[in-house]
Design a protein around this ligand. Structure first.
Ligand code: GDP
Length: 193
C-alpha cells in the first residue's frame, strides 16, 4: 500500500529533501484531474480537489511508503495566470526536472483533448531535460469504451510514446490505477532507463 505523509509545500524546486530518496513528479494542466489521481493512487485525500484552478504555486511533497517522494507541481495553462506567474512556473518546472534524484515524471493529459500549447511547452521541457515520462490519460470514464481506445491510440501517436508509457486512468472508476501504481514502482526502481 502507498502510505503517504505530507512533507511540505515549497516555493523553490531545488529544496533538499531528507532523507534523500527517489522522486517522482506529477505535472499537468490545471483541472486535468491531478489531485483526484493522486488521491486515487494513495487511497486517501492528500491533494485538494480544487474548485479554484491555478491557485497552488508551490511544490507539494509527499513521502510514500518511506521509500520515495511524490512531487506535486502546480497545474499549468490556467487562462488567467499572469506573465509573472507563468515565468515562475517555468522556473519551478525547469528546476524540478533537474533534481538529482528525480526518476521520472507522471504527465497527466485529459483523454478527450489534444495537446494544448502549454502541453507542448511541457513536452519540449521534458524532452530537453531527457526526463523519463509516463503519460497518464485522465477521466477515461468520460468516453465510451470504443472512443477511449481510439483516443488512447491517437494520443500515443501525438506523444510519440510507446504503449507501456501511456496509461489510461479514471480516478472516478479506479480504472488503470493499479497499472499506474505498477508503472510508478518501475520508475522508482529505475527499471525504465
Ligand atoms: P486538478 O486541478 O488537476 O488537481 O484537477 P482535480 O482533481 O481538482 O479535478 C478537476 C475536475 O475534474 C473535478 O471536478 C473532478 O471531480 C473532475 N475529475 C477528476 N478526475 C476525474 C475522473 O477520473 N473522472 C471524472 N468524470 N471526473 C474527474
Amino acid at each position: 500500500m502507498l502510505r503517504p505523509s505530507y512533507i511540505g509545500s515549497f516555493p523553490r524546486a531545488d529544496v533538499l529533501l531528507d532523507p534523500p530518496l527517489p522522486e517522482v513528479a506529477f505535472v499537468g494542466r490545471s483541472n486535468v484531474g491531478k489531485s483526484s489521481l493522486l488521491n486515487a493512487l494513495v487511497g486517501q485525500r492528500i491533494a485538494k480537489i480544487s474548485g479554484t484552478p491555478g491557485k497552488t504555486r508551490a511544490l507539494n511533497v509527499f513521502l510514500i511508503d518511506a521509500s520515495h517522494y511524490f512531487l506535486d507541481l502546480p497545474g499549468y495553462g490556467y487562462a488567467r495566470a499572469g506573465k509573472e506567474q507563468r515565468a515562475a512556473f517555468r522556473g519551478l518546472v525547469k528546476h524540478a526536472l533537474r533534481r538529482e534524484r528525480l526518476r521520472g515524471v507522471i504527465w497527466l493529459l485529459d483523454i478527450r483533448h489534444s495537446l494544448s500549447a502549454d502541453d507542448q511547452a511541457m513536452q519540449d521541457a521534458l524532452a530537453e531535460e531527457e526526463t523519463q515520462v509516463l503519460a497518464a490519460l485522465t477521466k477515461g470514464d468520460k468516453l465510451s469504451q470504443g472512443k477511449r481506445s481510439t483516443r488512447e491510440r491517437e494520443l500515443r501517436d501525438e506523444l510519440e510514446l510507446p504503449e507501456d508509457q501511456v496509461v489510461l486512468t479514471s480516478a472516478k472508476t479506479g480504472e488503470g490505477i493499479a497499472d499506474l501504481k505498477e508503472a510508478i514502482a518501475g520508475l522508482v526502481r529505475g527499471m525504465m532507463e
